[in-house]
Write a protein that binds this ligand. Structure first.
Ligand code: NAP
Length: 241
């Protein structure tokens, strides 16, 4: 029961590496025309080459999601070059470990600018394309820290709780247009970021990024009669429920 995404356009933010790269490769393999967004043009082009050499379709759009103007122009490029958007994977994100008492407000602002403000503006722009289409699917890559608090992750956790707040409201607003909104909340994933935020964990217990890509494919595989609001993907070695 593979997912057929031929004729679908999927935009993935933070596509240059880690979870976003895995999701981009998986959606392209399922037939989607993928739009790859992040700041690092060379890394985006590497992902594009991988997709194109396997027969897939990709468009690279360089943008810093901390900048409103760059987000708006990225989505304008999608509108002018591809003319539609079926799927947005809101994945780009940053974080930094540190005790609340020592955390620099400059770092706090940087995290909020990408994870909360940038993610919010991406959803606004996607909705502006999806509402006239009366269809679309927005999947937000949140985190376990979007519903739990972990020591040394206060700013990151606040950004992901905030992201979950607007995603829940958006899900309620989007439904009348036939637009679906879900969140995936992973535990620690084996990426540069995952290893940096939890240096205490051995690589062998981290979730492979391809498992998050498979979770995206699972959500996209459901019929129009079924809806999964959120999926919590925890490390096997962590505590259940
Ligand atoms: P990663 O390997 O560090 O990748 C982060 C991605 O976000 C990169 O593609 C990066 O691209 C992009 N990005 C960062 N800042 C950006 C900006 N200002 N503008 C545009 N793109 C930006 O991290 P990851 O582990 O794959 O994380 C991806 C998402 O999953 C994040 O939202 C993270 O919070 C979430 N998550 C991760 C874990 C984990 O343990 N790894 C667990 C739960 C949730 P450029 O550098 O090219 O801009």
């Amino acid at each position: 029961m593979g997912v057929d995404l031929r004729n679908k356009v999927a935009c993935i933010t933070g596509a240059s590496r880690g979870i976003g790269r895995s999701i981009s490769l998986a959606l392209a393999e399922a037939g989607a025309h993928v739009v790859l967004i992040s700041r690092n043009l060379n890394k985006l082009k590497d992902v594009e080459s991988e997709i194109v050499s396997s027969g897939g379709k990709a468009l690279v759009v360089q943008a810093d999601l901390a900048e409103e103007k760059e987000i708006v122009s990225a989505f304008n490029e999608i509108k002018s070059r591809i003319k539609k958007l079926d799927i947005l994977i809101g994945n780009a994100g940053i974080g930094k470990a540190g005790k609340l008492i020592d955390f620099s407000i400059e770092d706090f602002d940087k995290i909020m600018a990408v994870n909360l403000r940038g993610a919010y503006i991406c959803c606004q722009e996607a909705m502006r394309i999806m509402i006239p289409q009366r269809s679309g699917y927005i999947i937000s890559i949140s985190s376990v820290v979007g519903f739990r608090g972990y020591a040394n992750q206060s700013a990151y956790s606040a950004s992901k709780h905030g992201q979950m707040g607007f995603i829940k409201a958006l899900a309620a607003e989007a439904q009348e247009y036939g637009i679906r909104v879900s969140a995936i909340l992973p535990g620690v994933v084996d990426t540069e970021f995952g290893k940096a935020i939890r240096p205490d964990l051995d690589k062998s217990v981290l979730i492979p990024p391809d498992d998050i890509a498979r979770t995206v494919l699972y959500l996209l595989s459901l019929s129009e009669q079924a809806m999964v609001d959120q999926v919590y993907v925890r490390r096997m070695a962590s505590s259940p429920f």
